[in-house]
Design a binder for this molecule. Structure first.
Ligand code: ZN
Length: 416
């Protein structure tokens, strides 16, 4: 029995080393140090899931990521990395390479879209874990914690420096301030950036969708619901504007979208509000189209205010319309012949993982817009319902995502 097992291992090693001669990835994977890292992943995916649950249960609304960041920092430090928090709030772990000029950055965002007070307790039902933020981006954070441990277990030395970062401000109104600071900080030393976001391993995000986020507000005199009836109402004006814009046709190519995400205003049911506001997210694959969308939005909101003024026979200055930018994400695209893309495709081929190219709006937008090679990849497992309270995650098969990231980062950083 024991002899049969030894024979099997011998045959497997022989097959792998034969493959190693032709496939650069097989060569990396069979390096004993790398094999140790991969074996660590194989054995410890339950530990990675435990960290994901722990991190998800620490609330991290936009601009309040510090506590979750501290927990991630401890995990990085336990992996033997040199850790620090920058002034933006990013948690950064570095593993120095022999060449100080090259940096491979992997970043996962710490923040969620859920406001303070949201129940972020993780509920288990079989393999399924449910909680707001469990997939977006509990997976990415846990993947980085797992990578830190796998890299330190492997004791592999690399040419380029590997940087793992939990970054702030990816969601909502954060305006990508975390990744902006990281990219500015490492500057031209960055050889590649990988945003680890969400679970799925079936894609490589190579194109960053441009977006603009705005707040449109309308102010007026307000008043009593009975005695001032007939005065222009800012909520009604905003509603008229939304209806006008909703009839605007959005092209399928270039793919574009809009969302009225938050609406607010008013103080009581029997008062005419003195202010109302709505927050809108506009996206497009094309910057020109995005500009057209914003122009149409402004026209529609202006029209909505006009409609309300005409309906109430109010003077033209009775309502004031204001716009406030909540952030803009630049577009960018990784060239099809990029060595970064070739490396990930080699890894996918080696791991027999099927993946397609995808477009999305992620941390990768910033480096891509500056011409720095960047992609977004998933951390492994399955999940859905992101940005809703029904978000869930299933860690089955997460090893694939972790090994894919591990091999990609070692291939990019260069094993010595
Ligand atoms: Zn995300």
């Amino acid at each position: 029995m024991k002899l049969a097992l030894i024979c099997c291992i011998f045959l497997l090693m022989a097959a792998l080393s034969a493959r190693a001669t032709e496939d650069p990835l097989a060569k990396i994977a069979t390096d004993p140090r790398c094999a140790r890292g991969l074996a660590w992943i194989e054995k410890n995916s339950a530990w990675v899931t435990d960290q994901q649950i722990r991190l998800t249960e620490i609330p991290a609304p936009e601009f309040e990521e510090a506590r979750r960041g501290e927990a991630l920092k401890e995990l990085f430090a336990a992996g033997g990395f040199h850790v620090r928090t920058d002034k933006t709030g990013n948690v950064i772990a570095e593993r120095a390479g022999s060449d100080p000029k090259g940096v491979i950055l992997l970043a996962a965002h710490l923040d969620t879209v859920f406001p303070a007070g949201t129940d972020v307790g993780v509920k288990k039902n079989g393999n399924r874990l449910s909680a707001p933020g469990i997939s977006d981006n509990g997976v990415g954070l846990a993947a980085l914690a797992g990578l830190a441990r796998a890299l330190s277990e492997s004791a592999i030395r690399t040419t380029k420096t590997i940087v793992l970062a939990g970054d702030v401000g990816e969601e909502g109104e954060g305006n990508l301030r975390g990744i902006r600071a990281l990219v500015e900080g490492y500057g031209c030393r960055l050889a590649a950036v990988i945003a680890v976001d969400g679970p799925s391993t079936d894609h490589i995000t190579t194109q960053g969708i441009a977006s603009r986020r705005l707040e449109v507000s309308v102010s007026g005199p307000g008043g009593h619901s009975w005695s001032d009836f007939g005065e222009p109402n800012p909520i009604t004006a905003i509603a008229r504007g939304i209806v006008r814009f909703s009839s605007f046709s959005v092209p399928e190519d270039p793919r574009s979208s809009y969302n009225f995400g938050i609406i607010e205003g008013g103080t009581s049911v029997n008062s005419i509000p003195s202010r109302s506001a709505v927050k809108i997210d506009l996206r497009s694959e094309n910057e020109t189209e995005l500009g057209r969308l914003e122009t149409a939005l402004r026209e529609a909101m202006r029209g909505g205010v006009q409609d309300e003024l005409s309906a109430t026979h109010a003077p033209s200055d009775a309502l004031q319309l204001n716009y406030r930018s909540l952030g803009a994400r630049p577009a960018g695209k990784l060239p099809d012949d990029s060595p970064l893309l070739a490396t990930i495709r080699n890894v996918d081929r080696f791991m027999e993982n099927r993946s397609r190219l995808e477009r999305s709006s992620t941390d990768a937008n910033i480096p891509l817009s500056l011409g720095i090679p960047a992609v977004a990849l998933g951390g492994g497992g399955k999940g859905a319902g992101s940005h809703t309270l029904d978000e869930w995650y299933d860690p089955t098969g997460r090893e694939l995502g972790l090994k894919r990231l591990f091999l990609t980062v070692v291939a990019l950083a260069g094993a010595e």
